[in-house]
Design a protein around this ligand. Structure first.
Ligand SMILES: [Zn+2]
Length: 376
């Protein structure tokens, strides 16, 4: 059973625009590998298989946009992005390797978004379609597509991006057309869903809907992973305010209330990004929350000044009930010239420590040996 189930890929698509009314939604199951029935309670064999793996490692990073050919191909990196992850590749290894896909894959087309220019810039990101394979080669097997750039080139961009990720067997979720995904690896069933304040994505502001989806997933999988792209952006938004955040007149969600609510509903880990800076971490009901994983690998027009140039790469260990064990922190940095490298000064880790101390006073976490642990 364990061998047969290994690396089985299961995807369910709800053909509904919202999560509300899930019971009425039409479920389409596509399955590569041996047949499986989604919706059954785990069998005794499944439970036995689960017990054979007692530690799960989830590698998590924040925003990734490898270079946009819009408006000009001259804006692409000189190595055509092939070396984007060369300094961190050895760390991108785990049962799950997660990141936020901050853009779309599409080889042509204009963006209506560029009416809203800031100075001479246009923050519309269209990665060449060949760049999708670079994510795959780097080890990413789970991506959030709920964010403010996946829709930069409308339906065409979202559709092509989804098709490419499907073809590469990279799991992803967060669009209304793909709100969640269920997949299995090494006999562990994972459910993943992703939220943002942006159009055509699951809404971070609709917390009751988010809870419904998470509790639905929890009935069908062993480990539920939730991602959000939320909160204000930049150096003045490093703190978790524990209230709704407004940025560019947009409600970017209450990331604290959201994270706690989805854990109350059954989430095992919450991976946040969106502010382009590192934020605090928290362990709530034995479940790990990263409030912002920052700019991980973002080429081109991204501001990399100050805290925007540093980001953590977390390797988070959970037990097979999804409870937090510990996390290894690799600090990375980006500059326009050197691009993504390891930061020997551990700036991102220091940020996590200071922000966690200030935003979650009285927390029971310790930070030593580049590890996050819970006090005994
Ligand atoms: Zn964003």
């Amino acid at each position: 059973m364990a061998a047969a189930a290994k690396n089985k890929y299961i995807r369910i698509k709800y053909l509904s625009q919202t999560i509300v009314g899930m019971a009425m939604a039409l479920i389409v199951i596509s399955c590569a590998g041996s047949a499986n029935v989604v919706g059954q309670e785990p069998s005794a064999a499944d439970t036995l298989a689960l017990s054979t793996k007692d530690t799960i490692s989830i590698v998590a990073v924040g925003d990734i946009m490898l270079g946009s050919a819009y408006r000009s191909k001259a804006d692409l990196p000189p190595d055509d992005a092939t070396g984007s992850f060369k300094h961190v590749k050895s760390f991108l290894k785990g049962d799950i390797v997660f990141g936020n896909l901050e853009g779309c894959f599409l080889d042509s087309g204009k963006s209506t978004k560029c009416k809203d220019t800031i100075g001479n810039s246009c923050f519309a990101f269209r990665m060449p379609e060949r760049y999708a394979a670079i994510y795959k080669d780097a080890g990413f097997d789970l991506l959030s597509v709920a964010n403010n750039h996946v829709g930069d080139f409308g339906f065409a961009g979202r559709k092509r991006t989804a098709a490419l990720l499907d073809s590469l067997k990279i799991n992803y979720a967060g669009l209304n057309s793909q709100p969640y995904t269920i997949f299995e690896k090494d006999s562990i069933k994972y459910g993943f869903c992703a939220f943002s304040p942006n159009d055509f994505t699951l809404q971070i502001t609709e917390i009751d809907s988010a809870k419904s989806l998470v509790s639905f997933l929890k009935k069908h999988v062993d480990i539920v992973i939730v991602s959000f792209h939320g909160g204000g952006e930049g150096a003045t938004f490093e703190h978790v305010p524990k209230t709704k955040e407004i940025f560019y007149k947009e409600d970017r969600g209450d990331v604290y209330a959201f994270s706690h609510a989805v854990i109350d509903a059954g989430a095992d880990i919450v991976l946040g990004h969106g502010p382009h800076v590192t934020r605090a971490v928290e362990v709530y009901k034995n479940k790990f929350i990263a409030y912002s994983l920052g700019n991980f690998c973002t080429y081109g027009q991204f501001n990399l000044n100050g805290p925007n140039g540093f980001a953590p790469l977390l390797n988070i260990k959970l037990n097979n009930r999804g409870d937090f064990l510990y996390a290894d922190v690799v600090s990375t940095r980006q500059t326009k010239l050197s691009r993504l490298t390891i930061d020997q000064n551990h700036t991102a880790l220091k940020k996590i420590v200071s922000l966690t101390d200030s935003d979650f006073a009285g927390h029971r976490l310790t930070f030593s040996d580049k590890k996050i642990r819970v006090k005994d």
